[in-house]
Design a protein around this ligand. Structure first.
Ligand code: PEP
Ligand code: MN
Length: 351
């Protein structure tokens, strides 16, 4: 049986979708020949946002994966979204399943899958839900664990948001860190393909994952990415994937002083990422304050409203214990934010 904890980093790669027997086998053979891929992935049932797109080949693609296993020796993994998928995939001896982001968002579907897996020992990786909800992610894992699934893992594939961003799905690394904190015994893999939505950012995001102590990556690779039937922009050729895998630095735990350096680097990586997120959030908060400035100007209302500000401060300070942050520290931060908000609103008023 496949052991997802047997190697770090574990590399799962393959096309977004199994499209044809040739495309599936050619991709798998190229990946296997590199010697750098541990598990072959391919989507057989594709959850699409709108009807009319390529929704996957379905059951007829399962024998292709059996052929991949036979000809390359690589274990094969697919996404399952309901009990029927599980039943068909088990019948073909698929080695590992993952639950897609849209499915994790739906407790009914997760429960159905969990129950259909009772009594099996197949590893299951749970992608984060579309929305930034760690509870829901954790809940899906609990449903599977309650049905006796022993080999569980996590996949961080970023979170859906409104509006444009450099990412297709914002990584929100702090949520991946939070789930690792809650479920420390579970391996966590990064899916840079669905975070990025394009080839250009893949290496950067994969390196960030490596630096955040992920246990491996699941990345999309296609024999001819530009003509892929789904997610063409984010897939890479097996050769490009190999080049990327050779570039990612998976920092090792070694001798005393090296180990020390590694932990230090990781922690600094976390701090940089969190600082970026804090700054992005503060910037969003300032935008909201400017919005308030504009409506105050339109309605001829003055900027400073002490009672409202006192409420803001009180609300935050009441959380000081729960957050593990001193009241003094929170006061300093709030004051700095307030001063900057007022400056921004002043500028809006003067326009
Ligand atoms: C996929 O892995 O091809 C997929 C559909 O991913 P997600 O569930 O993360 O959107
Ligand atoms: Mn995809």
């Amino acid at each position: 049986m496949l052991d997802i904890k047997s190697k770090k980093p574990l590399i799962i790669a393959g096309p977004c979708s199994a499209e044809t027997v040739e495309q599936t086998l050619e991709t798998a053979k190229a990946l296997a020949a590199s010697g750098k891929v541990d598990i072959f992935r391919a989507g057989v049932w594709k959850p699409r946002t709108k009807p009319g797109g390529f929704e996957g080949v379905g059951i007829p693609a399962l024998p292709w994966l059996v052929e991949v296993k036979k000809s390359t020796g690589l274990p094969v993994a697919i996404e399952v979204a309901n009990a029927k998928h599980v039943e068909s995939a088990l019948a073909f001896g698929i080695d590992m399943f993952w639950i897609g982001a849209r499915t994790t968002s739906n407790p009914f579907s997760v429960q159905e899958i969990a129950e259909s897996l009772r009594g099996t020992d197949i590893p299951v990786l749970v992608k984060n839900p579309m929305n930034a909800d760690v509870e829901l992610w954790n809940g899906a894992v609990e449903r599977l664990a309650k049905c006796g699934i022993k080999q569980l893992g996590l996949i961080h594939r970023g979170f859906s948001g409104y509006g444009s961003s450099q990412y297709r799905n914002t990584p929100m690394w702090h949520l991946a860190i939070e789930i690792q904190k809650r479920l420390p015994e579970l391996p966590i893999f990064c899916d840079p393909s669905h975070i990025c939505g394009n080839r250009e950012l893949l290496l950067d995001v994969s390196q960030q994952a490596a630096d955040l102590n992920f246990d491996g990556i699941m990345v999309e690779s296609h024999i001819s990415p530009q003509s892929a039937w789904s997610d063409a922009k984010q897939q890479v050729t097996p050769a490009d994937l190999v080049a990327m895998l050779d570039t990612i630095i998976w920092r090792a735990e070694g001798s005393d002083s090296v180990a020390y350096q590694t932990s230090l680097d990781e922690l600094r990586g976390v701090i940089d990422r969190l600082d970026d997120e804090i700054l992005n959030l503060i910037s969003k908060r300032m935008e909201a304050a400017e919005g308030i400035g504009r409506i105050k100007r339109e309605n001829n209302v003055m900027i400073l409203q002490s009672s409202r500000w006192n409420q803001v401060v009180e609300r935050v300070l009441a959380r000081s214990e729960e957050l593990g942050l001193s009241r003094d520290f929170l006061n300093i931060i709030l004051e700095a934010i307030h001063i900057e908000s007022i400056n921004k609103q002043n500028r809006v008023m003067q326009k």
